[in-house]
Unconditional design. Structure first.
Length: 209
C-alpha cells in the first residue's frame, strides 16, 4: 500500500493544500492521504490557532476527500516536529507500506536545513508540488543532490520503497494560510479558500481575528 503524507502547520488548512495534494495522489496512484499537522514553530507570529484547533480543522478537511485522514502524531510529541523522525516512526508503524512525503516547492527549496536531511529519503519518497511565485530554482548543492535521486516518472515510485524525489506537474493554486489569516483580519472574503466545514469552524471559534 502507498501512503502519501502531507505535513504542514495548517494554520489553517486550505484548498491550496488539499487540491495540490489530491492531484499528486492521483498522479502517483497512492492509496491513502494523511494530513499531518506539525507542532507549532516557535517563531510563528500571533494570531494563530492552537495545535488542537489546527488538528480539528485538518480532521474536518479530511472528511471532504476520499481515502484521507488526519494524524496527530507530531502534536502529541513534546518537542518540535522533525520530519525525518516522523518518517522513521511511520515506517515502524507500517513496515510493508511505501511512504511518500508531499511538500511544496518553497519547502523543498529549504530541505537542506531540515533535521538530519540526508536521511529524509531513508524511509520515504518525496514528491514536490508546484507553488505560484516559486519556480523550481534550487541551490546548487540541492540541485546536485536532486540529480542523484530524482525520478522523472511517477511509476518509478512504485518500483522502490524509498529514496526517490519526483517533481509533480501540479496546477499551481495561489492560496496561502498567511493570505487567509490576513484576509480574515481585514474582513476580505476568504471562505471560498477553505472547505466549508473549516470555514464554519474558523467562524465559530473566532480564529485569526
Ligand atoms: P503559511 O502561509 O502560514 O506559511 P502555507 O499556506 O504555506 O502557510 P503550510 O501549512 O506552511 O501552509 O504548508 C504545508 C505544506 O503545503 C508545505 O509543504 C507547503 O509548501 C505546501 N503548500 C501550502 N500551500 C500550498 C499551495 N497553495 N500549493 C501547493 N503547496 C502548498
Amino acid at each position: 500500500m502507498m501512503r502519501a503524507i502531507l505535513g504542514g502547520t495548517f494554520d489553517p488548512i486550505h484548498w491550496g493544500h488539499l487540491r495540490s495534494a489530491t492531484n499528486v495522489c492521483e498522479q502517483i496512484h497512492s492509496d491513502h492521504l494523511i494530513l499531518l499537522p506539525s507542532a507549532q514553530p516557535p517563531h510563528r507570529s500571533y494570531p494563530g490557532a492552537t495545535a488542537e484547533q489546527r488538528f480539528a480543522m485538518a480532521t474536518l478537511a479530511a472528511t471532504e476527500i476520499p481515502s484521507c485522514s488526519a494524524d496527530n502524531w507530531e502534536l502529541l510529541q513534546s518537542r518540535k516536529s522533525y520530519t525525518q523522525l516522523t518518517l522513521e516512526q511511520f515506517h515502524q508503524r507500517w513496515p510493508t507500506d511505501t511512504l511518500v512525503f508531499i511538500l511544496g516547492e518553497d519547502a523543498f527549496a529549504g530541505l537542506q536545513s531540515w533535521h538530519n536531511w540526508e536521511h529524509l529519503l531513508d524511509h520515504a519518497h518525496f514528491v514536490v508540488m508546484r507553488r505560484p511565485h516559486s519556480h523550481n530554482v534550487f541551490s546548487e548543492s540541492l540541485q546536485r543532490w536532486l540529480n542523484k535521486v530524482q525520478v522523472k516518472q511517477p511509476e518509478s515510485l512504485h518500483q522502490r520503497a524509498s529514496g526517490c524525489v519526483y517533481l509533480a506537474e501540479t496546477p499551481a493554486f495561489d492560496i496561502s494560510a498567511t493570505a487567509i489569516r490576513n484576509a480574515i483580519q481585514i474582513d476580505q472574503p476568504w471562505q471560498h479558500l477553505v472547505p466549508s466545514s473549516v470555514a464554519n469552524y474558523i467562524q465559530t471559534h473566532q480564529l485569526y481575528r
